[in-house]
Design a protein around this ligand. Structure first.
Ligand code: NDP
Length: 451
């Protein structure tokens, strides 16, 4: 399809989406990126056009919005807003994380739920797309306050979820502690011990490798991309952003595979450790972030390295970049700097961390660019494996789950190659992941009639 014709069709479609969903820029961005890949494909496959699949897929099946009242440690009344977006159940129960962050709003969660549809489809597992969360900020709250919030949040959410209906998991601000408090409240209200949440503790239904899965998966995906150019992680310098769940385990796996991670960050700034963040230093970061709940700046003081306040790490020379913090954290200029500094591969642990302009730079320069919905699908894939184990009332070994995760990341890569290889041999992972994820959903929607 000619570029002008495609642009016109995309703009017409986006005008409708924007009019119907005003003031949701992240949702518009996520939809646009997908329809740019899908429109040429559906023009060649009219059954999807006739079935109005694009019009249907951007419309959530259900949006749940609710009040979350709780009492802080001083006994004061606090009120937050809770959400669950049940976006698409064509191939399985809704599945996707819960985010607790002050920036959470309807548009952010719709973008994440939309991405989740395609990501979940790519995993090969039977999971629909959903996402939820609240504008509650866990930072600076006591354990007791976090528990009070989680219990109140689940008191409403429990009516809408269930092991065969909708199975939430963690995301920014929701780790093992929060999943524990929410699971406890669900069980108490429903009198059921079921796999209603994933990311549970190992003693009470969780899966081995689930905490590691997103970071490990993004690393395995990059490994597959590197293989297409006969490269690997050995001796490569890697820049990682964030220092939460995804970043920590990306750092661990990269190091195990022979790479050297030289940066990590949080929302205040980044540390640059040219000697590399080895096993011992990573253990410190895990303690700092997961137990002490401190700032990354403290790493710089402890190890005598540079700390860059208010900056992102993309100016540091590297071979591989792994954005693992948040959406739109890497812009066009950052992308140009990365490429100019010799970066050959970007594997996104976070959801939509690169702006559309940055993505354009990566594609134009033909570097190995693994977008989030493919590269970070290991997290939800292992959540799917946790659901399977819960249904069977079995636990698989660490090696078994890790092997399945690795196999799933390879399968996602194969799908991207199948749908994304261009005539000159360049693998456009954006196109590959979007079309590869779309086909299964679209065929299921057509088969299920007017739903
Ligand atoms: P965590 O809450 O564990 O960590 C988030 C990290 O990102 C922290 O270092 C945080 O810094 C930083 N961060 C958050 N918001 C911003 C911001 N606005 N600007 C700069 N830094 C920021 O979350 P996860 O590691 O679980 O999630 C990270 C990303 O990965 C998200 O995009 C998430 O959607 C995605 N993802 C997560 C999956 C999972 O299994 N957990 C699965 C697939 C994708 P600070 O502490 O200062 O807030």
């Amino acid at each position: 399809m000619q570029k002008e014709v495609l642009d016109q069709k995309v703009n017409e479609f986006m005008a409708k989406v924007i009019a119907k969903n005003p003031a949701e820029p992240e949702f518009h961005q996520a939809v646009k990126e997908v329809v740019e890949s899908i429109i040429p494909y559906i023009e060649e496959h009219p059954k999807y056009k006739d079935g109005k699949i694009l019009d249907r897929i951007v419309e959530p099946e259900r949006v749940i919005l609710f009040r979350v009242p709780w009492l802080n440690d001083k006994g004061e009344f606090m009120v937050n807003r809770g959400f669950r977006i049940e976006m698409n159940s064509a191939i399985g129960p809704y599945k996707g994380g819960l985010r607790l962050h002050p920036t959470v709003n309807l548009g952010i969660l719709k973008f994440l739920a939309f991405e989740q549809i395609f990501k979940n489809s790519l995993t090969t597992l039977p999971m629909g797309g959903g996402k939820g969360g609240s504008d509650f900020d866990p930072k600076g709250k006591s354990d007791n306050e976090v528990m009070k919030f989680c219990q109140s949040f689940m008191t409403e959410l429990q009516r809408h979820i269930g092991p065969d209906t909708d199975v939430p998991a963690g995301d920014i601000g929701v780790g093992g502690r929060e999943i524990g408090f929410m699971f406890g409240q669900y069980k108490r209200l429903r009198n059921e011990f079921t796999g209603v949440l994933t990311g549970k503790g190992l003693e009470w239904g969780g899966s081995l490798i689930r905490p590691e899965a997103t970071g490990y998966g993004a690393t395995y995906f990059a490994q597959e991309m590197l293989k297409t150019r006969n490269l690997d992680y050995k001796g490569k310098t890697v820049v990682i952003s964030g220092s939460g769940n995804v970043s920590q385990y990306a750092c661990e796996k990269v190091t195990q595979l022979g790479g050297k991670v030289v940066t990590m960050s949080d929302s205040n700034g980044f540390i640059h450790d040219p000697a590399g963040i080895d096993k011992e230093k990573l253990a410190y970061i895990m303690w700092l972030k997961n137990d002490k709940r401190g700032r990354i700046q403290e790493y710089a003081a402890k190890y005598g390295v540079e700390y860059h306040e208010g900056k992102t790490p993309w100016g540091i020379k590297c071979d591989i970049a792994m954005p693992c913090a948040t959406q739109n954290e890497l812009n066009e200029n950052d992308a140009k700097v990365l490429v100019a500094n010799g970066c050959i591969c970007v594997s996104e642990g976070a959801n939509m961390p690169s702006t559309p302009e940055a993505v354009e730079v990566f594609i134009e320069k033909k570097i190995l660019y693994g977008l989030g919905k493919a590269a970070n699908a290991g997290g939800v894939a292992t959540s799917g494996l946790e659901m399977s184990q819960n249904s069977m009332r079995l636990s698989w070994s660490r090696e078994e789950v890790d092997a399945k995760l690795n196999g799933i990341m390879k399968a996602i890569h194969t799908t991207c190659v199948k749908y994304g290889t261009e005539p000159d041999g360049f693998i456009n992972y954006v196109k590959g992941a979007n079309i590869g994820g779309f086909v299964k959903i679209a065929d299921s929607m057509l088969a299920q009639g007017h739903v």
